[in-house]
Design a protein around this ligand. Sequence first.
Ligand SMILES: Nc1ncnc2c1ncn2[C@@H]1O[C@H](COP(=O)(O)OP(=O)(O)OP(=O)(O)O)[C@@H](O)[C@H]1O
Ligand SMILES: [Mg+2]
Length: 256
Amino acid sequence: MEARPVPSLQAHGITSGYGGVPVIRDVSIAVGPGEVVAIIGPNGAGKSTLLKSLVGILKLDTGTILLGDDDVSGRPPEELARRGVGYVPQVNDIFEPLTVLENLEMGGYLLSSAQVRARVGEVGDVFPQLPPMLRRRADKLSGGERKMLAIARVLMLDPKVLILDEPTANLSPKLADSLLREHVRRLAGLGKAVLLVEQRARAALQVADWTSVLVSGSVRLEGKPAELLQRQDFEELFLGAGTDLAASEETNMEET
Ligand SMILES: Nc1ncnc2c1ncn2[C@@H]1O[C@H](COP(=O)(O)OP(=O)(O)OP(=O)(O)O)[C@@H](O)[C@H]1O
Ligand SMILES: [Mg+2]
């Protein structure tokens, strides 16, 4: 059986929340180069809270976050970004009044203008849809184009770790599948560690090397997709939480 890679980013026993009230409790998770790790779980389970804790937006009540061998617990988001952690939030992921190019330039805020030009070319290779629309205002993009821009903006700093909060939300099933299977898989193939939240359990299991199921703020089950699918408690966990596997496929049907 193939071993998991040495983690690029890992969290050990983290607890965090809002205003002193914990939302996630004692969560551990890891992602290594070349790996796609998916976090699935019902609405309100704490998936976004977990990601915000990993990237330093939320303060930890307890626990440790390691970037490589370095303890980065409590470090601010700018430092994590500078050290190679790219984060695409669930909402407000692009600057709507700006053009596609300006969004990419903002993503490259730590780079010289020559480096920005070079990176715009490179992220254009990753998302060939973007170069022809560099002058278009971001609020004119389709849902799929918008998500590509949001990811491309974060790729400007060439992160080692890419953290994506529901990249396929509001995409048609077809676009969602192509984003996951083509782009997300390819980014992992380039050696990036990819951690993503995905509401559609089946889609997550198809793309991920490892999946953690978060329910009510705790990891209730984790493993390789093939192993999870064989476990009886997997589907029961979803049914118990009020979102069965099939229903969770239907939450993102809006065509864009
Ligand atoms: N800024 C906030 N202040 C207070 N409570 C919050 C805040 N953001 C989220 N919460 C609460 O934390 C809990 C977990 O929310 P979170 O956004 O992490 O869930 P999620 O798993 O990402 O859900 P979804 O699938 O709907 O995106 C919810 O009960 C939510 O109401
Ligand atoms: Mg969320």
